[in-house]
Design a binder for this molecule. Structure first.
Ligand SMILES: [Zn+2]
Length: 260
């Protein structure tokens, strides 16, 4: 089908006012998916975990659906560069993010599925969890993630509500987590994910002062403008979603109109 703009140009000027308006130029629009854990839910806390735990089989089907829809994954840094006119993205780009990184189980289940589709993702690491909990991955695993082409971001040191912190503590959660992550992994950490999605102008200032390029939020929406860098909206994928719901999130939600 010919675009409306071309049809309009063929119509004499006298009746041009009646022609169908050309669709607006489609700006860059990239969905960012927000996941937490890919694993089998704990039967004792399945209801509580429903929002944040996606079963491996469901995650696998969702990644296959992304492939079928023609999506290609990009990192937040690639997205940031494109938003700032420093590069181009594939026509159907998408960013996959994981908060609360990284339980060992989660990595063991999610990374092979991502690899199967040639996908990359951004893993937001809680520094304390890597250093203190047996349940979580080691720094060696986190380094391996980066070596595998995955992007690392910070999800703070202790995963506290940043709104409750004084300025010094806020700086530590935001800035120290970046420094530790970079020194432990030898990888540049450019993006922050607000714990619990809690943010404010002083928190965003701390993110900028610490040297991040941007941060992801929990408000639903789609990224289309560099002014969103400090609060990039995401589309949260709930563990309750059927495949149809996941698909509609990308094809028929109020926020997303995929680029063509
Ligand atoms: Zn979190």
């Amino acid at each position: 089908m010919r675009p409306a703009a071309i049809l309009c140009m063929a119509i004499p000027a006298a009746i041009a006012g009646e022609c169908v308006a050309a669709p607006p130029v489609r700006a860059l629009q990239v969905p960012i998916l927000a996941y937490h854990y890919v694993k089998e839910p704990n039967p004792e806390s399945a209801d509580m975990e429903a929002q944040v735990v996606v079963r491996p089989a469901a995650f696998s089907r969702q990644m296959a659906r992304l492939s079928e829809l023609g999506y290609q994954t990009v990192s937040l840094f690639q997205l940031w560069r494109a938003l700032n006119g420093e590069g181009t993205l594939p026509p159907r780009s998408i960013v996959i993010t994981f908060d609360d990184c990284c339980e060992s189980r989660h990595l063991a289940l999610s990374v092979p599925i991502l690899r199967q589709h040639g996908f990359v993702a951004t893993f937001f690491v809680v520094v304390e969890s890597i250093e203190k909990s047996d349940k979580f991955s080691s720094w060696r695993d986190v380094v391996a993630l980066a070596s595998d082409g995955m992007e690392l971001g910070s999800h703070s040191v202790h995963h506290l509500n940043l709104l409750d912190l004084n300025k010094a503590s806020l700086r530590e959660e935001v800035g120290e987590s970046k420094r530790v992550l970079e020194s432990k992994t030898g990888t540049r950490v450019r993006f922050f994910s607000y714990p619990f999605g809690m943010r404010s102008p002083p928190i965003q200032d701390a993110v900028t002062e610490a040297g991040y390029l941007g941060a992801v939020a929990m408000e639903p929406g789609i990224v289309s403008d560099p002014s969103q860098a400090l609060a990039m909206p995401r589309l949260a994928v709930s563990g309750n979603y059927k495949l149809e719901t996941f698909t509609r999130l990308l094809t028929d939600s109020p926020w997303v109109r995929p680029s063509r």
